[in-house]
Design a protein around this ligand. Structure first.
Ligand code: HEC
Length: 222
């Protein structure tokens, strides 16, 4: 019946393209349905957590760690529930990664604590004797860039309608108010849970070292 089509390579190619494009659309379109993302109960990152995400990117944790648990028994036994696309709704960009020199971190907040992270980031071998992970001592000294993180929150609230409350608003004054009344108390909670007096003293002076932001971010990964 379709011999005439098979004899015309151009029309045949067009036909193949249409069939494949149609099948592709049927596969892709459901992913754009709003209901698929974000998952119920998902909260956007706080500014402190966003600043921590920047530390994660800057110090290239993604070179050795993934954040994507695949639906295989070996992975769910080890890390917990496999990752769902709606969990990444507020991730810009995603930090899925593709290399696992170290373990997946997508749910690390479920089984590690701030004081464990603090010891581990200062000297991985102190808690995991065979660890080959590098130490990140500079994070205890460098100040986290919370101002840029705040600007990021303001931007995604405006551009992507990320559901932040009125506390995220443009302007230096809004930032300073947020810093004092929301960010510093949040940082203090982490610093206390890290059980590190030096870090606690820094936060008391109004300075937030990178390690506090990073741990706030790691704690959010659940
Ligand atoms: C050169 C590779 C490498 C880099 C870069 C790296 N890690 Fe690791 N990481 C590892 C390895 C290997 C382990 C497993 C041994 C251990 O726990 O120390 C690990 C373990 C961890 C764990 C414990 C996870 C668990 O389930 O026990 C955390 C948390 C972690 N890394 C966070 C980070 C963060 C945050 C960064 C970036 C600041 C980072 N890592 C950078 C290799 C790396």
């Amino acid at each position: 019946m379709f011999h005439w089509l098979e004899k015309n390579p151009f029309l045949f190619s067009v036909g193949v393209f249409i069939v494949i494009a149609f099948a592709g659309l049927i596969e892709i379109l459901p992913n754009f349905a709003e209901a698929a993302r974000p998952i119920k109960g998902l909260k956007p990152y706080t500014v402190l957590q966003l600043a921590g995400k920047e530390v994660y990117k800057k110090d290239n944790c993604i070179a050795c760690h993934s954040q994507l648990i695949r639906p295989f028994k070996a992975e769910t036994d080890r890390y917990g529930q496999y990752s769902l696309s709606g969990e990444y709704a507020y991730d810009r960009p995603f930090l899925w990664g593709s290399k696992r020199t170290g373990p997946d971190l997508h749910r690390v907040g479920n089984y590690r604590t701030p004081d464990w992270h603090a010891n581990h980031m200062w000297n991985p071998k102190s808690v995991v004797p065979d660890s080959i992970m590098p130490a990140y001592k500079h994070q205890f000294k460098n100040i986290a860039d919370t101002e840029t993180a705040y600007a990021e929150a303001v931007t995604v609230k405006k551009v992507f309608n990320t559901p932040y409350g009125p506390e995220i608003a443009p302007g230096k004054a809004a930032y300073e108010k947020y810093y004092k009344s929301i960010l510093l108390p949040e940082a203090m909670k982490i610093a206390k849970a890290m059980k590190n007096k030096d870090v606690e003293a820094m936060v008391k002076q109004g300075k937030v070292p990178e390690i506090v932001a990073l741990i706030a971010y790691l704690e959010k990964l659940k």
